[in-house]
Design a protein around this ligand. Structure first.
Ligand code: KIV
Ligand code: ZN
Length: 512
């Protein structure tokens, strides 16, 4: 049997650090459930000590998820570690991930600590954590730019204190594959007790090499855990992308000789969920999950694929959850067919009421749009009005008038705590008028920091999916709305963002 490569997903922690990608507790929980469906080995659910919101998110995920190990990040101090352990109490399998910077630059300029103080703090923290939880990961932050002699001393010491995983981050994305692979290899050779821990790689994508560096850390360095995020989400240029690293190891098993436990057919649904929740759109030519990843546009390629798929295809689209854009359901489809399709797409709604709501939305859509694609269904189930949770604002109807040479006018009806209200406004365009019509009533004072429209499936018959990012009093939230009418989609997205801004639950803050 081949050795296993552990997949450690940090979408909910390092991914969420991306400015504008912060998620609510419920959003994090929904993504965690999808990660569990994917059979991710370890889910880094957040940084429990950083805010009450993050603590609650880690706690909720630890209580709900049973098939993956749940991890909380923690700085190397007793308070952070105790808080992480407290949040993880309900987990079937818990891990504390503690870190402290070890590069000369970070120790001197950021921590203002001597190397000896850092070494002592790392040891003391792992010792403290080990008394609370059996599974301890230690990361020397900015490890790749650290002095190798010092790094070896720190790693040897924390393994002796009980660290079970050693993660070597390329925090600033400075590494290149061969050098990073050899760096890990040399650390493993030089640290006398290196065989007592699993070695892990954690690469950032500043030079576009996060996946290549991670794979080199595995192949050359002998690492057996990769830290990654869905869609490569993360600060700056992001983290190593889960879907790319997993499909590389699976597709080139002949070269890597390792097994991964990921159930790849849930990858596309996971990618879509993360993109919709954060408003970070996936580029069409993105490997594995981009809309064009399996499209063959040129005549020669199409001809080859029709004769034999493997002429131009190294992976099968359906193996990662694409369903070839086929028409799945129509106006006459029944509830059972709809429910079965949801199951095939890996979508699990929380209750029968949610399934009924989703089915009603599906019927509404099928009346207006003759062909319903999987993408439409996925957009539909991520619509907040499908879930039985009570939202403050809900869309009812919209009328707008625009004509060349005239200033557009919009009139909107929406609910506030279940009561219908009406707003009216003009604007630069129909979208602007509609959102101003909502604001004429709500007066949220929020600033819009992003507005984007994306066609869910190829044609002009497609539903438009709109993402709106609002900022108010230091909080940044995303709202997403889908509809064949992009002005309606914009209004839905705006109301969804307002719901998140108004929500009483503590927001999960991005971590530094
Ligand atoms: O990039 C990094 O160094 C990190 C650590 C906290 C593991 O995210
Ligand atoms: Zn990182």
């Amino acid at each position: 049997m081949a050795e296993k490569l552990i997949i450690f997903d940090t979408t909910l922690r390092d991914g969420e650090q991306s400015p504008g990608a912060s998620m609510t507790k419920d959003e994090k929980l929904r993504i965690a459930r999808q990660l569990e469906r994917l059979k991710v080995d370890v889910i880094e659910a957040g940084f429990a000590a950083s805010s009450n919101g993050d603590f609650e998110a880690v706690q909720a995920i630890a209580n709900a998820i049973k098939d993956s190990t749940i991890c909380s990040l923690s700085r190397a101090n007793d308070r952070d570690i105790a808080r992480a352990a407290e949040a993880l109490q309900g987990a079937a399998s818990a891990r504390i991930h503690t870190f402290i910077a070890t590069s000369a630059l970070h120790m001197e300029k950021k921590l203002r600590m001597t190397p000896e103080q850092v070494l002592e703090q790392a040891k003391q923290s792992v010792r403290f954590a080990r008394n609370l939880v059996g599974d301890i990961e230690f990361s020397p932050e900015d490890g790749y730019r650290s002095d190798p002699d010092f790094l070896c001393r720190v790693i040897e010491a924390v393994i002796a204190e009980g660290a079970t995983t050693i993660n070597v981050p390329d925090t600033v994305g400075y590494a290149v594959p061969e050098l990073y692979g050899n760096f890990i290899k040399s650390l493993r050779e030089r640290v006398p007790n290196s065989d007592k821990a699993i070695w892990s790689v954690h690469c950032h994508n500043d030079l576009g090499m996060a996946v290549a560096n991670s794979l080199a850390g595995v192949k050359i360095g002998g690492a057996r855990q990769v830290e990654c995020t869905i869609n490569g989400l993360g600060e700056r240029a992001g983290n190593c992308s889960l879907e790319e690293v997993v499909m590389a190891v699976k597709t080139r098993r002949d070269y890597y000789g390792l097994d991964v436990g990921i159930d790849t057919k849930h990858i596309v649904a996971a990618s879509r969920m993360v993109s919709q929740t954060t408003g970070f759109v996936v580029q069409p030519n993105k490997a594995v999950v981009g809309a064009n990843a399996f499209a063959h546009a040129s005549g020669i390629h199409q001809d080859g694929v029709l004769k034999a798929r493997d002429t131009y295809e190294i992976m099968r689209a359906e193996d990662v959850g694409w369903s070839a854009n086929k028409i799945v359901l129509g106006k006459l489809s029944g509830r059972n067919a709809f429910k079965q399709r949801l199951q095939e797409l890996g979508v699990q709604l929380e209750s029968e009421t949610d399934v009924n709501n989703a089915f009603a939305k599906f019927k509404e859509l099928a009346d207006r749009k003759s062909e319903i694609f999987d993408e439409d269904i996925l957009a539909l189930v991520s619509d907040e009005s499908v879930t039985s949770e009570k939202e403050q604002f809900g869309f009812v109807s919209l009328a707008q008038h625009s004509e060349t040479g005239e200033r557009p006018q919009a009139s909107i009806v929406f609910t506030v705590d279940g009561k219908e209200v009406r707003g009216q406004s003009d604007g630069n365009g129909p979208v602007d008028a509609s959102l101003k019509a909502i604001e004429s009533h709500v007066q949220s004072g929020a600033e819009m920091v992003l507005y984007s429209v994306n066609a869910i499936s190829g044609s002009t018959e497609s539903q438009g999916e709109v993402t709106v990012r609002l900022q108010n009093s230091g909080r940044v939230v995303n709202g997403v709305g889908a509809d064949p009418d992009i002005v309606v989609a914009s209004a839905k997205a705006y109301l969804s963002a307002l719901n998140k801004l108004q929500s009483k639950s503590d927001r999960v803050a991005a971590q530094g």
